[in-house]
Design a protein around this ligand. Structure first.
Ligand code: BV8
Ligand code: ZN
Length: 263
């Protein structure tokens, strides 16, 4: 199936009957999301022209080296992102994934939502059992003894530098996975199992540049899954997609799911 679904001039979407039927009857579906699904909520992506990284190099900030070299700068960067995350809401793209999860659960089918995002907007929208590959920006723990730390941005947004651990005095850090750090083993295992067993794999709003997350769509494809990419721009894996929906996920996902549900 090499359907290229795209937004027609009148911005209505055309999806093939084959695609809609496949989605309606699928028994195992996996979804990988990236920063793009939160873009329409107002959360900056990483690699779009005005994205977060455009001002910095990822290694400088999202790494233990960067944090140890410049703890206050890195802490400030996360505080600035927390300010945004605290003020935004899920968008229709997040809510469509909630609808999908409910539909497949009611059908007795498997649905696994895997995210690289740290903003917890999927959970805020109502998605359950979200597999967070890169941790989350809300929680914190001690960079030395790893003890969880109770600091929450909303309670004290003026916290200008990393709090100190009550147990060992170490600097407290956000509970995200930095470059060069292992992903949570159970999250990665769940994601890999879902990618290798699913019949349909969605890659939504990710440039597919960060590994091992970026390897999941191709793992699914290798195992015979139908690979659907939802992204207004080409990515490193677009050429492998069976279906490319080149549109913003906040529009495309509701349009797609509405078409699937139309009996
Ligand atoms: C590890 C948390 C090993 C922190 C993040 C060379 C080759 C291969 C790999 C490597 C390599 N060199 C180094 C590595 C490993 C490295 C890596 O992959 N580097 C890349 C840059 C080459 N990976 C790691 O270090 C990982 N760990 O490998 O450990 C190891 C082994 C043993 C022992 C120890 C260690 C850890 C990676 C995790 C890093 N943490 N985030 C934080 O958030 O601050 S990564 C960061 O990038 C975010 O999590 C983000 O989600 C992720 C991916 O970015 P995207 O989500 O895709 O966002 P991006 O802006 O790139 O793209 C947005 C897309 O949305 C675009 O395509 C755009 O078109 C689209 N879009 C825009 N608007 C919309 C839209 N789509 C839909 N709708 C819209 N409206
Ligand atoms: Zn400590």
């Amino acid at each position: 199936m090499n359907t290229l679904s795209h937004r027609a001039q009148t911005s209505e979407y055309r999806f093939s009957a084959e695609l809609l039927n496949t989605l309606r009857t699928a028994k195992r579906v996996a979804v990988l999301t990236g920063a793009g699904i939160s873009a329409e909520s107002g959360v900056a992506t990483f690699r779009d022209p005005n994205g977060l990284w455009s001002k910095f190099r990822p290694e400088e900030l999202a790494s233990m080296d960067g944090f140890l070299k410049n703890p206050n700068l890195v802490w400030e960067w996360y505080q600035a992102r927390r300010e945004v995350v605290d003020s935004v809401k899920p968008n229709p793209g997040h809510f469509s994934l909630v609808e999908m999860q409910k539909y497949y659960a009611a059908e007795g089918s498997e649905f696994t939502l895997i995210t690289q995002n740290v903003d917890r907007l999927h959970q805020a929208a109502g998605s359950q059992n979200v597999v967070e590959l890169h941790g989350n920006i809300i929680e914190n723990y001690c960079s030395r003894c790893k003890e969880p730390h109770e600091y929450v941005y909303a309670a004290n947004p003026a916290q200008k530098e990393p709090p100190r651990c009550a147990y060992c005095g170490g600097m407290v850090r956000p509970a995200v996975v930095w470059f060069g750090e292992m992903l949570p083993v159970d999250a990665l295992e769940t994601a890999s199992e879902a990618a290798s067993a699913c019949e349909v794999f969605f890659s939504i709003g990710t440039s597919a540049e960060v590994y091992p997350a970026a390897g999941l769509p191709l793992e699914a494809k290798r195992n015979g899954a139908l690979f659907i990419e939802v992204n207004p721009n080409e990515t490193a894996i677009s050429r492998y997609a069976d279906v490319r929906i080149s549109a913003p996920s906040g529009e495309a996902l509701p349009a797609l799911w509405e078409a699937v549900m139309k009996k």
